[in-house]
Design a protein around this ligand. Structure first.
Ligand code: HEC
Length: 115
């Protein structure tokens, strides 16, 4: 039941953002669309704008392992937890749902896990 509702909401969000994209192709809101993969990496636009600078365009990690490859050691809920909370004492910041939605995090987790 929850899954189906979630999928419906995600689908509506994608449709709504697809329309918004046509009207405003170069605004920052486009970078926060939910659940849309980028053509080149398969990860979301939100990933590209929020995470790629540290974890790499394709989640390969960076800076000699300082930024771990993703999804790393976590399961899906652990992945979302660290993104929402950040990690004290490291460079891993906390992100709100405005920065990157749960739908985007789940989509990225599935893509990264499948690699
Ligand atoms: C400013 C750099 C930076 C940004 C931006 C950043 N991270 Fe991180 N992230 C880190 C660092 C550094 C760590 C390792 C923390 C540690 O030492 O445990 C980390 C750890 C993680 C981990 C845990 C990996 C594991 O194996 O435990 C996940 C998951 C993660 N980041 C996801 C993300 C996502 C998703 C985003 C974008 C929403 C993001 N990060 C943005 C620097 C960053």
């Amino acid at each position: 039941m929850f899954k189906r509702t979630f999928a419906a909401i995600a689908a509506m969000t994608i449709l709504a953002s697809a329309c918004a994209e046509e009207e405003t192709p170069n605004t920052s809101s486009r970078l926060r669309d939910s659940g849309t993969g980028t053509a080149s990496t398969g990860l979301t636009q939100a990933y590209a704008s929020q995470c790629a600078r540290c974890h790499g365009d394709r989640g390969e990690g960076g800076n000699g392992g300082l930024y771990p490859a993703l999804p790393g050691s976590r399961d899906e809920s652990g992945y979302i937890t660290i993104v929402r909370a950040g990690k004290d004492g490291t460079q891993m910041p906390a992100f709100t749902a405005t920065d990157i939605s749960d739908a985007d995090l789940k989509a990225d987790y599935a893509t990264l896990k499948a690699r």
